[in-house]
Design a protein. Structure first.
Length: 190
């Protein structure tokens, strides 16, 4: 038997998952995108800004030696623009995000230019979310809700329930936030 050669640089890296919890986050990049159903949204890349897990996703990115490394999907949130006839939670998510960013950054006022939010902080509540792929279930620690950063520091929050595959009901309508196609990402800051 002839054994093919291998490339050590292509080795799967040890994976550490961010523990579910509450963290102060920093926005690294923000850009406009489209959902699968064609709705306008913002793709917001972030990292942990304070505490034991500061720069968690940047460290993972830097430690990845594969040639096709990408910024973590778990460190990206998608925020749908409110639109005529949208579900109330879409408008509420939009309003909450911007209010939390303003209230987390003394003196900052969102003026409609999403580029001004780069480098700003916000509080994040993270939960375990499961995905199923080819019959396997994978756990991810994902941002569930934003909060004011000071509320995280002062421990004024309740963690959301985990979102497990068995409890998740499939949906085919626009009441659920679409995840865009082509999730390949470059480093969100240059």
């Amino acid at each position: 038997m002839k054994v093919p050669s291998y490339d050590k640089k292509n080795r799967r890296q040890a994976f550490e998952r961010l523990p579910k919890g509450a963290y102060v986050c920093k926005i690294l990049n923000i850009e406009e995108a489209k959902s699968k159903s064609g709705k306008d949204m913002l793709k917001i890349s972030f990292d942990i800004a304070e505490g034991e897990y500061k720069d968690f996703y940047a460290k993972q990115y830097q430690a990845n030696t594969s040639e096709d490394k990408k910024w973590s999907y778990d460190a990206t949130m998608y925020l749908l623009f409110p639109y005529d006839g949208c579900e109330a939670f879409i408008s509420r998510n939009w309003d909450t995000f911007w209010a939390d960013v303003e209230d987390s950054n003394n003196g900052y006022v969102f003026d409609g230019n999403e580029k001004t939010v780069k480098g700003k902080t916000f509080g994040g509540l993270f939960r375990i979310e499961q995905t199923e792929y080819n019959g396997n279930i994978y756990d991810h620690t994902r941002l569930a809700f934003t909060r004011i950063a000071q509320d995280i520091r002062d421990e004024k929050y309740s963690l959301p329930e985990d979102k497990l595959v068995a409890a998740a009901a499939p949906t085919n309508d626009d009441s659920f936030m679409d995840v865009p196609t082509g999730l390949e990402m470059d480093l969100p800051f240059k």
